[in-house]
Design a protein around this ligand. Structure first.
Ligand code: C2O
Ligand code: CU
Length: 459
């Protein structure tokens, strides 16, 4: 009994309820700010009302049909292919996307990774909508704002559905003659660029400014880069880098992250390399020689030139800690080695509470033994420091930051997009193992629930 009682207790207290409201999860962490926030508010506001424009003719209108079907390496498709079609919009466009679930048995949603859409358009099952069942549909509408490279993916059973193929690229920017898209994904153990293994070609004339938009849709960081000529890192996670300088190093792209690389095409061509010389995209008038990536990587902490960020992190209204650890125990009755946030196991994790307009600082530290690409929905944060060393380069705006083992990142952002937002590891199996929490704006409630009859399972 001496052994059984504590074990039984730990097991029972680890059970995740069959259905629950994400806003009631864990415990509120106010980050040193007031608990209220909305002094003059008389009733709670519903996040389901935080939609994009309800009226107006869309400038970009797309229908995406999701299917469970074997197509090449993929197990799921959007409009018959994986990656799904490129959605292109320009700043200011009203974008409308209709998702039709034809045959994805677990249901599906579309999340606009890196696009800071209104909360009700964020596409997270059980948090901002119900998963779209087979035979159902859902319409997303939002105004495209910040030009850049993004991607969309299902946020229902995402650890399985994204891996299997329910994702695609979305670019907010006019198409230029030098644009090259490189969506990287591993299907069934085979890494691909735009769905294809091996080496590919894109014909561009010498002298063209090639802009390679790279998207890492996998669960792990990947070293990428251009060989054959120096290049500039011109944008990170859909935000321009200030005064980038030419480099010949590689670039480490976090899972879920994007980067835009720019170079003038030399007469001998250049080559985009994804990981190794076995997976490349030759760009130029001729096929350039193959080459491996150099060992050194660009460090965004010192890359580019500083510039005003538009707010003062020294005047933070809230300061949060997001401490990632690992501990032996039970999660939902299953024994194992589980992730912890601030020493707590899912679902007993902190929910970071903010009020609209707050300046927020967050220190993300990691002693869990593995790296974690941390993704905050609905906001871009600026990196203030890494391991105590302040950023001295261009403002490093990010929505997905790789926090290595024994690393600490301090980030800051303005709470300017009300709602209930996920804040999780984008190694999606880690998220499904409990490395997941929320940023919650005071005064809001969600009508959606995880589990239950809707079978909402965001991770
Ligand atoms: Cu790319 Cu929570 O998502
Ligand atoms: Cu992780």
């Amino acid at each position: 009994m001496a052994v059984l009682v504590p074990l039984g207790y730990l097991w029972a207290t680890s059970l995740v309820p069959g259905t629950y409201n994400a806003a009631d999860m864990g415990y509120a962490d106010y980050g040193g700010g007031p608990a209220g926030g909305h002094e003059h508010m008389h009733h709670e506001m519903n996040i389901a009302d935080l939609t994009g424009p309800k009226t107006g003719t869309p400038d970009v209108s797309v229908t995406l049909v999701a299917r469970k079907e074997k197509k090449g390496l993929a197990g799921y498709t959007l409009n018959g292919s994986s990656p799904g079609p490129l959605i292109r919009a320009e700043s200011g466009d009203l974008v409308q996307v209709t998702l039709i679930n034809e045959s994805v048995p677990d249901g599906a949603t579309l999340h606009w990774h890196g696009i800071d859409v209104p909360n009700a358009e964020d596409g997270v099952a059980g948090v901002t909508q119900d998963a779209v069942p087979v035979g159902g549909q859902h319409v997303y509408r939002f105004r495209a704002k910040d030009a850049g490279t993004y991607w969309y993916h299902s946020h229902q059973v995402s650890s399985d559905e994204v891996k299997g193929g329910l994702f695609g690229p979305i670019v907010i920017a006019p198409k230029t003659p030098g644009e090259v898209l490189a969506t990287i994904h591993t299907y069934d153990g085979k890494r691909t660029i735009n769905g294809l293994t091996g080496s590919q070609r894109q014909q561009l004339t010498a002298g063209t400014a090639a802009r390679v938009r790279v998207i890492n849709t996998d669960n792990a960081i990947l070293r990428i880069g251009l060989t054959g000529t120096p290049y500039k890192v011109v944008a990170v996670d859909g935000r321009e880098v200030n005064k980038p300088t030419p480099t010949t190093k590689a670039y480490a792209l976090a899972a879920g992250g994007r980067v835009d690389l720019e170079a003038i095409v030399p007469p001998t061509g250049l080559r985009f390399v994804a990981g190794t010389a076995a997976l490349t995209l030759g760009i130029g008038p001729v096929d350039p020689p193959t080459a491996e990536l150099p060992a050194e990587t660009v460090d965004l902490l010192t890359y580019g030139t500083p510039k005003a960020i538009g707010f003062d992190p020294a005047k933070a209204d809230r300061r949060f800690e997001y401490r990632i650890g690992r501990r032996i125990g039970f999660l939902d009755g299953v024994p194992g080695l589980w992730w912890t946030i601030n020493g707590h196991k899912f679902p007993d994790v902190p929910m970071f509470m903010v009020a609209e307009g707050d300046i927020v600082r967050m220190t993300i530290s990691n002693t869990s033994g593995q790296a974690h690409p941390m993704h905050l929905h609905g906001h871009h944060a600026v990196v203030l420091s890494r391991n105590g060393v302040a950023s001295t380069g261009s403002p490093w705006w990010t929505d997905t930051v790789e926090v290595g083992n024994n690393e600490t990142y301090e980030i800051a952002f303005v709470a300017d997009n009300p709602g209930l937002w996920m804040d999780h590891c984008h190694n999606l199996p880690h998220a499904s193992e409990g490395l997941m929490t929320h940023l919650m704006y005071a005064g809001y409630v969600t009508p959606f629930r995880i589990g239950g009859t809707t079978h909402n399972t965001p991770e």
